[in-house]
Write a protein that binds this ligand. Sequence first.
Ligand SMILES: CC(C)(COP(=O)(O)OP(=O)(O)OC[C@H]1O[C@@H](n2cnc3c(N)ncnc32)[C@H](O)[C@@H]1OP(=O)(O)O)[C@@H](O)C(=O)NCCC(=O)NCCS
Length: 198
Amino acid sequence: MAISIRTATLDDMASLMDTNLRCLPENYGIRYYLYTLVTWPELSKVAVDPAGRVVGYVLAKIEDERDAKKRHGHVTSVATLDSYRKHGLATKLMRASMRSMVEMYDAKYVSLHVRQTNRAAKHLYSSTLGYTEHKLDKKYYQDGEHAYEMHCKLSRASVGLPELTEESLPLRRKAEEAAAPGEPVAPAVAAAAAAATA
Ligand SMILES: CC(C)(COP(=O)(O)OP(=O)(O)OC[C@H]1O[C@@H](n2cnc3c(N)ncnc32)[C@H](O)[C@@H]1OP(=O)(O)O)[C@@H](O)C(=O)NCCC(=O)NCCS
């Protein structure tokens, strides 16, 4: 299967919605997709077939963005179309998003919710990706089912990024400090990270 993984763009919004509607009961309005893709443009990924059709996605965001110590990624939704499952696509989508969370936002960990009975997703998160159960959120879903909130620690090493060098660290800190109050720090941090790894 020649499926490739790439960062989602605004052109993918209709396909994202369509795939989500086919795969999950938790659905979102077009404005939510727009908001997510515009605010955290690097974090959502799509799996596309050779004809360019979306066959899987991960939709993700950053929480506690202004507090560098608490800043973390959050996976809002992930799905693979039925006939493309068990080929490693969700694993690749999740890993790509987790890498961007660290590379672009210096995220310390990533969180998500999963239905207590979702065996496939629990296997993906726990066994394949190393997430652990953080707490049980009772009646989290509209139909009354409980959710596990799961977390996975992130570091540059864990997502396959080289460590920042002695020279790049002050640059990164400067970028964080330079971000105006109320503004996301991501562009400045990303610029520093890019300069550091160039
Ligand atoms: C959960 C889901 C995203 C997995 O997608 P996928 O592309 O099949 O996942 P992968 O192929 O990367 O599989 C990852 C791991 O999960 C395992 N897995 C996949 N489906 C499974 C199933 N039905 N039962 C048990 N394990 C399963 C795979 O064998 C693989 O394990 P391994 O790494 O030990 O070999 C997919 O089943 C799906 O879209 N489900 C509906 C939407 C959904 O539930 N999303 C999650 C919401 S929290």
